[in-house]
Ligand binder design. Structure first.
Ligand SMILES: O=P(O)(O)O[C@H]1O[C@H](CO)[C@@H](O)[C@H]1O
Ligand SMILES: O=c1cc[nH]c(=O)[nH]1
Length: 288
């Protein structure tokens, strides 16, 4: 069996994963994740007891109990590059023996729900609504670095999307992946379901014109009107594609649900979304 070299999986001297700084015993198999480290503090305020509270860079992890369930809340920062770090280290904490550096014989399946903020792309996703990412389109290219991505990608959808929006060859090849179906049904049965774009930036890559003009000012209009069967693109955020894609490749259950804080069609936003995200977090904690 392959012994994973020190350079490929860096373990700190206290036995913790390199970036997350938590040890295997700190991790629950139920994980609620989010971009903002302060949102982890908010999540932990609903816990009945706290087992560990660790901060390292943008990664803030608290494990505790909520109504008798052991749950880990963790922040991943912004972007799919961070999701590569977080999911790889979570999977390693669960499935690699940190002493022998061998992959454990039996897979420990994790359940991961990202609870984020997002921009709505359709009139039926107004500010304050909750949108579950049934599918995600990754504009980031992360999944193409891993073997076997063809088995989880939805090529017909990818090709139709590229064709209809006139995708630039200078961008990464967009990939379409589905979240875990059972988890989507359990967490999001009464929420709006949709197709979420994970963009590689908040401004230009989501079609926001602040001072610099956009290379394709019509891209968002084409995204809004794009249809694939019954699917339309509902919202923009920055991580769900990698959460769903890497989660699936690793054999875990993963999905994203967001509260909509801006609607790009109505040109409206709400920077004061604390109440809305608090309510969503409690729903997810109850259902995970
Ligand atoms: O609110 P979070 O979870 O950070 O999610 C969204 O907000 C950030 C951008 O403001 C990106 O991370 C995006 O995905
Ligand atoms: O419009 C938005 C709002 C939140 N997060 C995003 O990535 N985009």
């Amino acid at each position: 069996m392959r012994i994973i070299p020190e350079s490929e999986l860096i373990i700190n001297s206290d036995g913790s994963a390199f970036h997350l700084h938590i040890r295997p015993e700190h991790l629950s198999d139920k994980i609620v994740m989010m971009g903002d480290p302060d949102r982890v503090t908010m999540t932990a305020s609903f816990f009945d007891s706290i087992e560990c509270d660790v901060r390292s860079r943008e990664f803030h992890t608290v494990t505790g109990t909520y109504k008798g369930k052991r749950i880990t809340a963790l922040s991943h920062g912004i972007g799919t590059d961070n999701i590569d770090i977080v999911l790889t280290e979570l999977d390693a904490l669960a499935n690699i023996d940190f002493n022998t550096r061998l992959v454990k014989e039996e897979l420990k399946q994790l359940t991961m729900v990202r609870v984020g903020t997002s921009g709505g792309m359709q009139p039926h996703c107004p500010v304050g609504s909750y949108v579950v990412s049934e599918k995600s389109i990754g504009f980031d290219g992360l999944i193409h670095y891993y073997a076997g991505s063809e088995s989880i990608r939805e090529k017909d959808f990818e090709e139709a999307f590229q064709r209809e929006v006139g995708w630039s060859p200078y961008h990464c090849s967009p990939y379409v992946v589905s979240a875990d179906e059972e988890l989507v049904d359990r967490i999001g049965h009464d929420m709006i379901r949709g197709v979420t774009i994970s963009a590689i930036g908040f401004y230009g890559p989501q079609g926001r014109h602040v001072r610099l003009p956009l290379a394709d000012p019509n891209l968002n209009a084409k995204i809004e009107s794009f249809r694939f069967g019954e699917h339309s693109i509902t919202n923009y955020e920055m991580e769900s594609s990698a959460v769903a894609g890497l989660g699936k490749l690793m054999g875990h259950k993963a999905m994203t649900v967001c509260t909509i804080i801006a609607n790009r069609v109505a040109l409206k936003s709400n920077a004061d979304y604390k109440g809305s995200i608090e309510d969503l977090l409690q729903i997810v904690l109850d259902r995970i």
